[in-house]
Design a protein around this ligand. Structure first.
Ligand SMILES: NC(=O)c1ccc[n+]([C@@H]2O[C@H](COP(=O)([O-])OP(=O)(O)OC[C@H]3O[C@@H](n4cnc5c(N)ncnc54)[C@H](OP(=O)(O)O)[C@@H]3O)[C@@H](O)[C@H]2O)c1
Length: 330
């Protein structure tokens, strides 16, 4: 698996990482043994970057990732966690005492003294724009509570604000064939500044695998059931904010384009390769609910450069079917 430097962390990470929200909660049941197998299968396939958060299963994901990393002390893994969603997301909560308390809990969950990378977990814009946020984070780096910090964002404007800060190591943002806005300004700005880009939701919550249809149902405790209207968190995190029927239709067209390209890859692998092959992207973090998905996604790190006609056709699909719903919103 190809490695790239993750921005100002200066750490090498695999171009395909693993998102571990699924190993916490919110995606239907994933048992602990399945979760452990997903982590092991990813490592065997060359994945060295693992993204988690303190709220995924209220610490379950962090604990599973921590135990897994402890079992592979020489593997050179990088673990990124996130903080800021254990309290109401209002600026008054993004203060030093809370940062310290959240990080102490994550350090215990992960079993480490110093966290490789902590990301603010989609905070309000006022927090991203506030000097005081970065003053505290810089102090926490000095004290080696964290080795580096980044910001997970919802919008391109938030990404640009964070990229302009001198010590922000990485930005995490939704980037996939149904979310192309970051190509306009965010990727060039990150590349110029040496800030890493962690591309999340590369499969548009599974849509880009092409396997769902209008009759597909998801478990009651899966956000693809309960957050379609954005009632639990930003609607952009569920199917990238594309309404389900439009997403299914566009995903079927995406599947056909991949077939027509003659490449021997699944639509999900093409979607992941599309993201990691963009200039400026450091790593792509598909979520996997089982070993087969983890293996297939990791193998997308070896996909040859997608041919220009396929890239053009995917951009055209976005313009025709998706752009109007998402481009100016995030
Ligand atoms: N605010 C934030 O910072 C934030 C928000 C969202 C996500 N994230 C991070 O980004 C990661 C990835 O995003 P995501 O999990 O939301 O979305 P995603 O990676 O686009 O989609 C994951 C889903 O796609 C399906 N899938 C995965 N691999 C597949 C394969 N090879 N073939 C067919 N289907 C496959 C699975 O669902 P089924 O098995 O049910 O089909 C899986 O649960 C998360 O795990 C998390 O670490 C961060």
């Amino acid at each position: 698996m190809q490695q790239r430097t993750l921005g100002r962390t200066n750490r090498p990470v695999s171009v395909v990482g693993l998102g571990t929200w699924q190993l916490g909660a919110d995606w239907g049941e994933v048992t602990e043994s399945d979760a452990r197998e997903v982590l092991e299968a990813s490592a065997e396939a060359g994945v060295t970057f693992y993204d988690t958060a303190d709220v995924y299963g209220d610490g379950r994901s962090e604990q599973l990732v921590g135990a897994f990393v402890a079992a592979h002390p020489d593997a050179g893994f990088t673990v990124a966690t996130k903080m800021g969603r254990r309290e109401e997301q209002v600026p008054a909560n993004y203060v030093e005492a809370n940062f310290r308390a959240w990080l102490d809990r994550s350090r215990r969950n992960l079993g480490v003294d110093t966290i490789d990378l902590v990301q603010l977990h989609c905070p309000p814009s006022a927090v991203i724009d506030d000097d005081a946020t970065y003053d505290v984070l810089d102090r926490l780096v000095e004290e080696q509570v964290i080795a580096a910090y980044g910001v997970s964002v919802e919008t391109a404007d938030q990404a640009l604000s964070a990229i302009a800060r001198p010590h922000v190591a990485s930005i995490q943002i939704i980037l996939n064939a149904f979310r192309m806005k970051p190509l306009d300004a965010v990727l060039p700005a990150a590349e110029a500044a040496g800030v890493g880009i962690i591309a999340r939701v590369p499969l548009a919550s599974g849509l880009l695998s092409g396997k769902y249809d209008l009759d597909t149902t998801f478990a009651a405790d899966d956000h693809r059931t309960y957050n379609r209207d954005g009632s639990a968190f930003d609607v952009g995190e569920t199917f990238s904010g594309v309404d389900y029927a439009t997403g299914v239709e566009a995903a079927q067209e995406f599947t056909q384009l991949v077939k027509d390209s003659g490449l021997d890859v699944t639509p999900a692998q093409a979607a992941i390769a599309w993201a990691w092959q963009l200039a400026g992207v450091s790593t792509v973090i598909p979520g996997a609910r089982n070993v087969a998905q983890a293996q297939s996604n990791a193998a997308a790190g070896d996909v040859v450069q997608l041919p220009p006609p396929l890239l053009t056709a995917v951009a055209d699909l976005y313009d025709r079917k998706i752009r109007a719903q998402v481009h100016d919103r995030w």
